[in-house]
Design a protein around this ligand. Structure first.
Ligand code: THU
Length: 160
């Protein structure tokens, strides 16, 4: 028997400790929560992605009465960025959520499906996507979605 240990590194910053460019991206994600359409969950999520040329694209969760037909904020932002600027690699993604009249104290981690999509962006553009998960009590910062997705399935698995 062998055992492996998979370690993830997450840095936690107070909002004021973040560099200005991170605060800008987090602020855009917070703003984007206000464009959410979440009449069912009432959980308003915003995402902001920064592309290689500095363009910032935002998105929010969009729900539907047939529940699985809606999309998360992260995929709204990322797929729109890809559709609009396919040549620009995705550098960073910030996520924030607004619930019960205020921003959440805890950070909002992307769901499993969004993690897989972010991994797909890393494969597509050959670079890690830096992730910032905003919470009123601290922002979690990771250098790659791999920190959130141990033993990830990617194209490599189909070649090995
Ligand atoms: N949601 C997101 O948009 N992103 C996340 O990271 C977690 C969940 C949305 C999906 C649904 O509209 C609502 O939040 C409740 O799950």
């Amino acid at each position: 028997m062998k055992e492996i240990e998979i370690v993830s590194k997450v840095k936690i910053y107070g909002y004021d400790e973040l560099p200005a460019s991170d605060r800008e991206l987090v602020d855009k994600a917070k703003e984007a929560t206000q464009t959410s359409y979440a009449p069912y969950s009432k959980f308003r999520v915003g995402a902001a992605t920064r592309l290689e040329d500095g363009t910032i694209v935002t998105g929010s969760n969009q729900e539907n009465s047939a529940f699985p037909s809606g999309t998360c904020a992260e995929r709204t932002a990322l797929f729109y960025a890809n559709a609009r600027y396919p040549e620009q690699s995705v550098k960073e993604l910030a996520v924030a959520a607004f619930n019960h009249g205020k921003f959440t104290t805890m950070p909002t981690p992307p769901c499993g499906a969004c993690r897989q999509v972010i991994l797909g962006m890393e494969e597509r553009y050959g670079r890690p996507v830096r992730i910032l998960l905003y919470g009123e009590d601290g922002t979690y910062v990771m250098d790659s979605v791999k920190a959130l997705l141990p033993l990830q399935f990617s194209g490599e698995n189909m070649n090995g």
